[in-house]
Design a protein around this ligand. Structure first.
Ligand SMILES: NC(=O)c1ccc[n+]([C@@H]2O[C@H](COP(=O)([O-])OP(=O)(O)OC[C@H]3O[C@@H](n4cnc5c(N)ncnc54)[C@H](O)[C@@H]3O)[C@@H](O)[C@H]2O)c1
Length: 327
């Protein structure tokens, strides 16, 4: 199987590449290695992949039509696509909205347009987000719930990706699956996310910013569980629905445990061996107070079964952080 993997130098992309290579797949990694966060971390992930037989890398921007068309023309053997490249982050969408339009919307369409011409394409899996649930109040968040209230532009672009995908499944019959990831953390994680920011600040003796005065809950999902769900989805392209709906499916990938942010911090403190100095701050615009994934459909259709509690995953993140930064 030959997999085109976008965002291969990113957090989830890197781990996905490792898992695909371990099961003997050929992986064509794509990334533009942008500087939204330290490109040295992306380069370090990539360096670990580049030695592997079966892995090749192309540096390109997924919104660059000519570059993507040329890539796909060059590689007609691609039979699966995992599309993870995106402008991520809720808070940055208030700072640089156009990056979200370009990478998440334009980039997604450019990729779909190119890939629908692949002669052997069996399945195109793409990253959506729990952010699509926005201001929804009903918990846990279910894929059967309406998602019409994104509270950030990031969430709105992920919702748009789902709708655009549905239309491609309808018009071209391309089997597509969108995965709504819930707060992913683990080794090689993202420097703009809580686990990384808190660890860095606690180790530097700096106060950690805690929004909504700590009254937040997140469904923290360990990276290995996400990758297991992603590969399970990849191997199960949706069929055209029995009621004639196009071959498009959406699943939640979350841990199905909504943890208090303060409990997450306590486990982090224990793993680091230091107390955090906490700076309590109001809720940030664009953020949501609570996330909690209903994973009934993912269990039923994908056999998804997350295994990692934060008491196990957080120390694994801290161990990686100390090793990577030599602190
Ligand atoms: N990490 C999470 O908690 C989380 C939660 C929900 C959804 N997601 C989604 O999962 C996917 C992967 O997230 P991640 O945490 O690995 O983020 P990441 O930022 O580490 O990875 C994304 C990668 O895509 C690349 N990229 C961005 N724009 C690009 C473009 N225009 N062309 C080519 N490459 C580009 C970046 O350089 C980066 O390496 C994203 O689509 C993200 O929105 C992540």
């Amino acid at each position: 199987m030959t997999v085109l993997l976008t965002g291969a130098a990113g957090f989830i992309g890197y781990h996905t590449a490792v898992a695909l290579l371990a099961r003997g797949e050929t992986v064509i990694g794509v990334d533009n290695l942008n500087d939204y966060y330290d490109p040295a971390l992306k380069a370090a992930r990539l360096q670990r992949l580049e030695g592997s037989a079966g892995f090749s890398f192309r540096r390109l921007d997924i919104a660059d039509r000519d570059a993507v068309a040329a890539l796909v023309d060059d590689l007609p053997e691609i039979d699966r696509v995992i599309h993870l490249a995106a402008q991520a982050g809720v808070r940055y969408s208030l700072v640089n909205p156009y990056a979200y339009i370009r990478s998440n919307i334009e980039g997604h369409v450019v990729l779909l347009e190119a890939c629908r011409r692949l002669p052997r394409l069996e399945h195109f899996v793409y990253a959506s987000s729990s952010s699509v649930y926005g201001a929804n109040r009903k918990l846990p968040f279910s894929v059967d719930d309406r998602v019409d209230t994104p509270v950030s532009l990031y969430g709105a672009t992920k919702k748009a990706m789902e709708e655009i995908s549905f239309s491609y499944a309808n018009v071209y019959g391309t089997p597509l699956t969108g995965l709504r990831f819930f707060t992913v953390y683990g080794p090689w994680g993202r420097p703009d996310m809580a686990a990384y920011i808190f660890t860095s600040k606690i180790l530097n003796g700096e106060p950690i910013p805690v929004f909504n005065y700590g009254d937040m809950r997140r469904d923290f999902t360990f990276i290995d569980d996400i990758v297991a769900g992603l590969l399970a989805a990849l191997d199960r392209p949706p069929a055209t629905g029995h009621n004639g709906l196009p071959p498009h499916a959406v699943y939640n990938l979350g841990n199905h445990r909504s943890e208090l942010l303060t409990d997450f911090i306590a486990i982090l403190e224990q793993a680091i061996g230091r107390k955090a100095e906490v700076e309590l701050l109001p809720m940030q615009i664009g953020d949501v107070k609570e996330t909690f994934a209903d994973i009934d459909a993912s269990r039923r259709d994908l056999g998804f079964s997350p295994k990692t509690a934060i008491s196990e995953g957080v120390p694994r993140f801290v161990a990686w952080y100390r090793d990577y930064h030599r602190v």
